[in-house]
Design a protein around this ligand. Structure first.
Ligand code: BJW
Length: 312
């Protein structure tokens, strides 16, 4: 069963309308309909590599050119993707409910581009558009919102071949982003689809990779939280302050398009529940509705369709 009945939608709407303090945990499934692949399951391979195996400081240390090619491709895809109706619906709910805090695991920038108020959006795993010095102990250089694509010329996606997904259209990021529709959910790739290992990757010498402008000797790396790295301490502190505000409870916890496999992000659902929240899970995978309580909701399907319906 999909778990979606008119009565479950009605009971959700009734609870939402009475809710003031709300938390949402977002995952890659939210952006799936914008054409960006999730990490686990279909689409989670980049060339022959599990995408999560590239998301470690060790992988970057071993082969920074390869890891940069992976992130440069992801930056390009995300820049050319459009926020979908769920990103917009969440942004709108934030404007209606000042005590609604969104915790996003997504690094694709689609929530900010949908106009999600920044002070109600915590980016747990960083952003594809932040870059920082690979030398964490020394330099500490960080640059935010660098939308240059490619970030250095050597990372330009190679041209050539007959790529069926290539398109001449060039999109730009601005405040007039439109909702993704069925016809444009497949982001364009200018050049070869290098996520497919049938296309050879150019080899890039170290001196052509992005370099730290402050210390000048280390490479720059993506400003993403990799496995084994701490989440930004200010982010964690601000979330704590919101969730544990004395004299308050949490009314509602939305868990949207995430496998809840990665910690500490996954732990926020129980933390909110312990603060009184009823939980609503929105996910394509029927299995992700397991273990919910009688008072919870499970809406099985595409977040881009269900979330706007729920938040109406
Ligand atoms: C749809 C849909 C549609 C599809 N509509 N739905 C406790 C227990 C065990 C391990 C740990 C633990 N605590 C910490 C750890 C270690 C580790 C961890 O969690 N490991 C697990 C894998 C077991 N955690 C960490 O290392 C974290 N750091 C940390 O704990 O530091 C401690 C520390 C403290 C002090 C000093 C030093 C260290 C950091 C975790 C960082 C995770 N980063 C990544 C990579 C980012 C890089 C990148 O983007 O390239 O973040 S991993 C990857 O997974 C990415 C995602 O944000 C994250 C979550 O994935 P998400 O979003 O849930 O995606 P999927 O693919 O898993 O799921 C998609 C879902 O959508 C599915 O359910 C689909 O069904 C659904 N879906 N289409 C609706 N249309």
């Amino acid at each position: 069963t999909t778990g979606i009945t008119q009565s479950s939608i009605d009971s959700f709407h009734a609870h939402l309308s009475q809710s003031t303090r709300i938390v949402a945990l977002l995952g890659a499934g939210l952006s799936a309909s914008s054409g960006l692949p999730t990490f686990r399951g279909a689409g989670g391979l980049w060339r022959t590599h599990d995408a999560t195996s590239l998301a470690t400081p060790e992988a970057f240390g071993r082969d920074p050119a390869f890891v940069w090619q992976f992130y440069s491709y992801r930056r390009h895809m995300a820049l050319n993707a459009k926020p979908n109706a769920a990103h917009y619906a969440l942004a709108e709910l934030s404007r209606q409910k000042p005590a609604f805090l969104t915790l996003s695991q997504n690094v694709d920038g689609l929530s900010p581009r949908a106009g999600h108020p920044a002070q109600q959006l915590q980016l747990l795993h960083g952003s594809l558009y932040d870059v920082k010095c690979f030398d964490q102990r020394g330099c500490g250089y960080i640059e935010r919102n660098n939308f240059t694509d490619p970030i250095v010329p050597s990372l330009a996606i190679p041209q050539g071949g007959q790529d069926p997904t290539a398109s001449a259209e060039q999109l730009e990021i601005d405040s007039s982003d439109q909702v993704a529709t069925g016809t444009d959910t497949n982001p364009l790739i200018q050049g070869l689809d290098i996520s497919d290992d049938k296309h050879a990757l150019p080899s890039i010498p170290l001196h052509d990779l992005p370099r730290c402008p402050r210390c000048k000797h280390q490479l720059l790396r993506p400003g993403i939280v990799w496995f084994g790295e701490a989440l930004p301490s200010q982010t964690l502190a601000e979330i704590d302050t919101f969730i544990k505000k004395p004299g308050t409870t949490i009314d509602l916890m939305l868990v949207i398009g995430t496998s809840s496999a990665v910690w500490p992000a996954a732990g926020y659902t129980e933390i909110a529940r312990n603060r009184g929240a009823r939980v609503a899970v929105i996910n394509m995978d029927p299995e992700s509705g397991r273990g919910l309580e009688a008072d919870d909701w499970f809406f099985c399907g595409d977040a881009a369709e269900i979330v706007p319906e729920l938040l109406r």
